[in-house]
Design a protein around this ligand. Sequence first.
Ligand code: ACO
Length: 353
Amino acid sequence: MGSTNPRYPSQLHFILLYPRVIFGEDEKIYGYKDLTIDLKFASGSLAQFLSIKYSEKLPSTSTVDDIEGTLSSFIAPDYHKDEAEFLARVEKDATAFKPFGEKIYSYSRSATSVSSKGKNVAIPQVLSPEDEETVDFEVYHSTWKTPGFREYHRRMQLFILLYIEAGSYISEDDETWEFVVLYEKRKRRSAPDIATYHFVGYSTLYPFYCFPERVRMRISQFVILPPYQQEGHGSALYTAVYRHVLAQPRIAELTVEDPAEAFEDLRDRNDLKMLLANERFMAEAFGSEGVSSGGGKVGGVGKGKGKGKGKASAGKMGPPADRAWLEKWRVELKIASRQFHRLIEMLMLKYLD
Ligand code: ACO
């Protein structure tokens, strides 16, 4: 990843993790000496620049790969070939670009706690007060109908091929897709009216019909760019999707399509955290004794409701667990059946003797 501006990662540079999707199983490009392919993105608008350089090329056309022809079928048609023109676009987009769609979630991190890992950003040792920045993260929801989003998605979808094993593009002809995109938003204290947005990751969501008149929302693709991984942003984006699902009466439950192991871990951790923080659920699950703080069967995660209230009551978690009670909670929490029962099993293993 590279940067034109030492403060903002305004220009991104990528290493291809899964090039075989683009260049074939053997991951080789034939016919060139000293080949360099440069694919850069503006960090917010994702405007692209493609440069292909080599010192020699074989004359035969049958064995020589058509690099630009191949890549151009995977990237948006409006990519730049002139670097000066691209840099001018990056400069303009830095302040002109605004996210598409409706803001559904946000969270903050102090600028000093935001790591520069992998971003190749030179962080000055001492910032003058006017150079200090506030850093927030915002999640936007959009559909194909959101003005400008279709073109934006054409620039963003390459990340699915680059970072999700066996990832593939979704169909633009299917109107029902929904999207959530996570951005880092930076503002200088000296210019609080000017915000710059930097793409962090996104997820595609597909609503399936759910009898009788609702939908089951399925997370289909989910990616956080490498420089932002391992900092809790994947969890935050998942939380944003889950809260969106909870808030929408039309959505019956949240499911996930073919989750990678790392995503399954992320989902388990966040779902468990959500259950443990739900005092009403925990009190019913483990009884009044179960939510007592300090030494209770759930390890003091509750607020001590049962303490000093006489005999502790038994919880619905059993064993055996109360099935009707479980189903009532599953429906209320909008968690898919298999996932909910896995979570219950994890809670039982953790808290029941
Ligand atoms: N500092 C250090 N570590 C942290 C912090 C922090 N502030 N916050 C969270 N972590 C840790 C978590 O505890 C977790 O640790 P673990 O791996 O030991 O369990 C780890 O970082 C990851 O959690 P998050 O940071 O919340 O998740 P991340 O932002 O890294 O995103 C994801 C995870 C989405 C899998 C990302 O790695 C990714 O995009 N990978 C490539 C694409 C991919 O595989 N996508 C999923 C495909 S499945 C599907 O699409 C349905």
